[in-house]
Design a protein around this ligand. Structure first.
Ligand SMILES: [Zn+2]
Length: 152
């Protein structure tokens, strides 16, 4: 696949590169990204593994809009096999929490908006369901509470 160093630089997310991009209609774009990490840490024994096992189903992750286009990142999760403990595990990337459909910075963006604007407005502007916006807001409000901060 091709590489787009300038898009990778503009995207500004650690440890991924842009290998494809696609405009979808007037107000959406998709970027296909790939991990650039040579190894992943086994969550069981903390050993670095370079032993690629397989790949999961591609995931579409919402990221910040660019130039007034809603933006999705297509990421294919890589699964590694640990040579030390034989565990297989999915690689983690710092800019997205496992199982989430958004980049962390997008979740934060929605949280910041939802603090100041009605949930219905944010949902409409971002083409998200109100439930999704509400869920993101509560999730980040919890993270930001003094109780949570004290544990950091
Ligand atoms: Zn291991």
């Amino acid at each position: 696949m091709a590489e787009y160093p300038i898009l990778t630089e503009l995207l500004n997310l650690p440890n991924v590169k842009v290998v494809y991009f696609q405009q979808v209609g007037q107000n959406r774009c998709n970027l296909v990204v790939e991990s650039t990490l040579p190894a992943a840490l086994c969550p069981i024994c903390q050993q670095a593994s370079t032993n690629l096992h397989d790949q999961g189903e591609p995931q579409m992750l919402r990221d910040l809009s660019i130039w007034d286009r809603r933006c999705w990142l297509r990421l294919t999760p890589r699964r590694f096999k640990c040579a030390t403990c034989q565990n297989t595990f999915v690689e983690r990337l710092a800019w997205r929490e496992p199982e989430r459909d958004y980049s962390l910075r997008y979740e934060q963006h929605i949280y910041q908006r939802a603090r100041k604007e009605p949930i219905t407005q944010v949902a409409k502007d971002e083409s998200l369901s109100e439930e999704a916006v509400q869920g993101l807001f509560e999730r980040w409000a919890k993270k930001r509470s003094p109780h949570a901060a004290g544990r950091l």
